[in-house]
Design a protein around this ligand. Structure first.
Ligand SMILES: *[C@@H]1O[C@H](CO)[C@@H](O)[C@H](O)[C@H]1NC(C)=O
Ligand SMILES: [Zn+2]
Length: 207
């Protein structure tokens, strides 16, 4: 319960911006060893001065740090996801003739239209790294990279947008018998929301 209150407080403080794919389920709402915390796409590319900055993104970092400081030990694992694209990724406007960012086009592997973005979160660049002040612990935490296939985008950390291939995150969680997923992260509209929907479809209890 304390944990939830904390999340709600963050949400209020960050106003319209980002945080949380909270969906309320049954059972206790406190994290435990059957739960994981997903920290979704908190990367340089999505915060101020990044290639696809979400306004207010940077202000989230101290809140996430606080959350980690207080709650990391309760979770089985904390998984940090990264949007992580090859340079020629299909979601980049630069890869399509006469197209600009934020236009939509039809692409091969997705029945919905793909929104085109500026080049962002390119693999092996500073832009795709975690902000240096993010309390990420390389010894304890898990990094999970998504949208690494150049032909399809993946807003969700569980599946590509065409729902063709699952990432192995679901398997990973099931093998550890994870029953609850808490999420916090950047761009609720896209990655956090889509991940939340997929997690629910895959039968995970979601918070
Ligand atoms: C480029 O796109 C614009 C706007 O969609 C269109 O009017 C124009 O004809 C296009 N040019 C070429 C060379 O396809
Ligand atoms: Zn992306």
């Amino acid at each position: 319960m304390i944990f939830l209150n904390f999340i709600l407080k963050i949400t209020l403080i960050c106003l319209l911006i980002i945080v949380t794919g909270l969906v309320f389920g049954e059972d206790t709402r406190h994290p435990n060893k059957k739960s994981v915390l997903l920290v979704i796409d908190v990367q340089n590319c999505f915060i101020e001065e990044g290639s696809l900055a979400v306004s207010g993104g940077r202000s989230l970092v101290p809140f996430i740090n606080h959350l980690l400081l207080e709650y990391r030990p309760y979770f089985e694992e904390v998984i940090f996801t990264k949007d992580y694209h090859p340079r020629d990724h299909v979601s980049f406007a630069s890869q399509h003739f006469n197209k600009s960012a934020f236009q939509k086009i039809k692409i091969k592997y997705d029945e919905n239209e793909q929104t085109l973005w500026p080049d962002h979160c390119i693999e092996n660049t500073q832009d795709s790294e975690f902000p240096s002040d993010l309390n990420f612990d390389a010894n304890k935490d898990v990094v999970f990279k998504k949208a690494t296939n150049k032909d399809i985008d993946s807003y969700s950390v569980f599946m590509d947008n065409g729902h063709i291939s699952k990432t192995n995150l679901d398997e990973m969680l099931k093998s550890k018998q994870i029953k609850k997923i808490f999420m916090v992260g950047i761009a609720t509209d896209y990655c956090v929301k889509n991940s939340a929907i997929d997690a629910k479809d895959l039968g995970n209890l979601l918070f």
